[in-house]
Design a protein around this ligand. Structure first.
Ligand code: EPS
Length: 405
C-alpha cells in the first residue's frame, strides 16, 4: 500500500548491534522547530530507569538529523534521524555469538522458523527493544507537533511494577508537579514510597536471576471532541492507540479508561454523565464537562474532550539469567534458554516509549482533521474549527456570518 507523503507516519530500521538505528517520518508540516535537545532528553530518559542492563552504560543515544530539516526547522520533506549504536558488532563472529537455544517469551523460536535458520540472532537483532530508541525519536516529532500546533500535552509514567502500585491521581492542573515527581523517581513512578518498593522488588528479582514487568499509564491533555472518527474501524482513535501500544516490545495488554473493569459494572456505573458549563467553553471540552472519565477520553473512536487515559501492560523481559526450559534448535534436545545480556526490568523505559507512540497516534489523527502543508496553515485550520464548534447550534447549510471564517 502506498502511503501519501502528507500523511503523518514513520518507519524505523536497524539492528540492535548494527551500526545505527534510523527513523523516517513523513507528513510533518513545514515550519516546525525540531528541537534536538528535547528529543535527546527523551532518548536519555528511555535509557534510564532502575533495573536496566549493561548496554545502557555503553550507549549515549542521540539523534543525527539527515534529511528534512533546515536550520533546525522542518521544510515539509521526509525527516530522517540516525541514532548510532556504540555497541556495534553484528558482523563480528567472535563478539556476536550465535544463539541456538530460544528464550521462551522472545521472538527467537517463531522468527528462526519463519526465516529458516537455527541462529536466533537473525531474529533477535531486530526484535530487540533497542529499536525503541529510533521509535521514541520519531514519535517525539509527533509530540512536538501536538504541543506547538495544538497545545496538547502528553504524560507517561509507571503505575506499577509487580504489586507495587502508586495511588497518585493524575490531572492536568497538577501536570508540572507530576512531571517533577516522575523525574525524581528512579522507576518513573509518582511517589517516593512506591519508588522504594519498586526498586526493592527489582533488586530482589535480580538476586533471584529473574525478571519483572508492570503497568504504564499515559494521559493526553488538551484534545477537543471529534479527533479520530467512527466511520470505519481503522479510523477509530482508541483502536489506533491500542495498535500502537501493542506494537511495543513485550506489551501484552492495552486499556482505555476503565478498560477491563467495564465488565464488572452496570452501565450507570460506567458511562460518564454529560453537563454543560458555559464558563468552560474555551477549555478542551468546549464546555461539555463530565464528572468522571471512565471512558478514558474516547467515545465512538473519537476524543470526547476529556483527557485520553491509556494503560499498557508489559510482561517480564524474556531473557532470564537463570534460563528457562527450551530446546537446542540444532540438536532438538532439551536445554535451558541461552542468556544474553539484558534488563531485569524495563518498565520505566517502556513508559517513555508508550508516551511517545500514543503522542504520535494522536498527532496523526489531529493532522487528518486539520492538516496543512505548514504549521501556520494547520494552526489556522484548527482555530477555525474551534470557533465554529463553539458557535453551535447553527444551520450547517447556511451558517451565521460570525462563524464563516
Ligand atoms: C535495549 C538494548 C538491548 C537490551 C534490551 C533493550 O541491548 P543488548 O541486547 O545489547 O544488551 O538490553 O533488549 C531487550 C529487552 C530484548 O528483549 O532484546 C535498549 O536499548 O532498550
Amino acid at each position: 500500500m502506498t502511503i501519501p507523503s502528507n500523511r503523518l507516519s514513520y518507519q524505523t530500521a536497524g539492528e540492535s548491534h548494527g551500526p545505527a538505528l534510523v527513523a523516517t517520518i513523513l507528513g510533518v508540516p513545514a515550519g516546525l522547530t525540531i528541537d534536538t535537545q528535547v528529543i535527546n532528553a527523551e532518548l536519555a530518559r528511555r535509557q534510564g530507569g532502575y533495573g536496566r542492563g549493561g548496554r545502557q552504560k555503553l550507549e549515549t543515544d542521540a539523534i543525527e538529523i539527515l534529511t528534512g530539516v533546515r536550520r533546525g526547522v522542518s521544510i515539509g520533506a521526509p525527516i530522517t534521524f540516525l541514532v548510532k549504536n556504540r555497541d556495534s558488532r553484528l558482523d563480528d563472529l567472535e563478539r556476536t555469538p550465535a544463539v541456538y537455544r530460544p528464550r521462551p517469551g522472545h521472538a527467537d523460536l517463531a522468527g528462526s522458523i519463519k526465516w529458516l535458520t537455527t541462529d536466533c540472532r537473525e531474529t533477535l537483532e531486530r526484535a530487540s527493544a533497542r529499536e525503541t530508541a529510533a521509535r521514541v525519536a520519531a514519535c517525539c516529532v509527533g509530540r512536538l507537533m501536538l504541543k506547538e500546533i495544538f497545545g496538547v500535552e502528553v504524560f507517561g509514567f509507571v503505575r506499577s511494577i509487580l504489586d507495587a502500585q502508586t495511588k497518585v491521581e493524575v490531572s492536568h492542573d497538577k501536570l508540572s508537579e507530576l512531571i517533577e515527581a516522575r523525574n525524581a523517581s528512579e522507576t518513573y513512578t509518582l511517589d517516593a514510597a512506591t519508588t522504594k518498593r519498586q526498586c526493592d522488588i527489582i533488586r530482589q528479582t535480580k538476586a533471584d536471576k529473574d525478571t519483572v514487568g508492570g503497568d504504564v499509564e499515559c494521559h493526553v491533555f488538551g484534545c477537543p471532541p471529534g479527533i479520530g472518527s467512527s466511520m470505519n474501524w481503522y479510523d477509530k482513535l482508541d483502536a489506533r492507540i491500542a495498535y500502537a501500544v501493542m506494537g511495543i516490545q513485550a506489551f501484552k495488554a492495552v486499556q482505555l479508561g476503565l478498560g477491563t473493569q467495564c465488565s464488572q459494572r452496570l452501565g450507570s456505573q460506567v458511562h460518564d454523565p454529560i453537563e454543560y458549563d458555559a464558563s468552560k467553553i474555551h477549555e478542551p471540552s468546549l464546555g461539555f464537562v463530565r464528572s468522571s472519565n471512565n471512558a478514558g477520553g474516547t467515545e465512538g473512536g473519537m476524543t470526547n474532550g476529556q483527557p485520553i487515559v491509556v494503560t499498557g501492560t508489559m510482561k517480564p523481559i524474556a531473557t532470564l539469567l537463570q534460563g528457562l526450559p527450551s530446546v537446542n534448535l540444532n540438536t532438538k534436545q532439551a536445554q535451558d534458554s541461552q542468556y544474553e545480556r539484558s534488563d531485569v526490568c524495563a518498565v520505566s523505559a517502556a513508559s517513555v516509549v508508550m508516551e511517545h507512540v500514543v503522542a504520535f497516534e494522536v498527532a496523526s489523527a489531529f493532522m487528518e482533521k486539520f492538516g496543512g502543508d505548514s504549521v501556520i496553515e494547520t494552526r489556522a485550520n484548527y482555530e477555525a474549527f474551534l470557533d465554529v464548534a463553539r458557535a453551535l447550534p447553527f444551520d450547517r447549510t447556511s451558517p451565521p456570518d460570525s462563524v464563516i471564517t
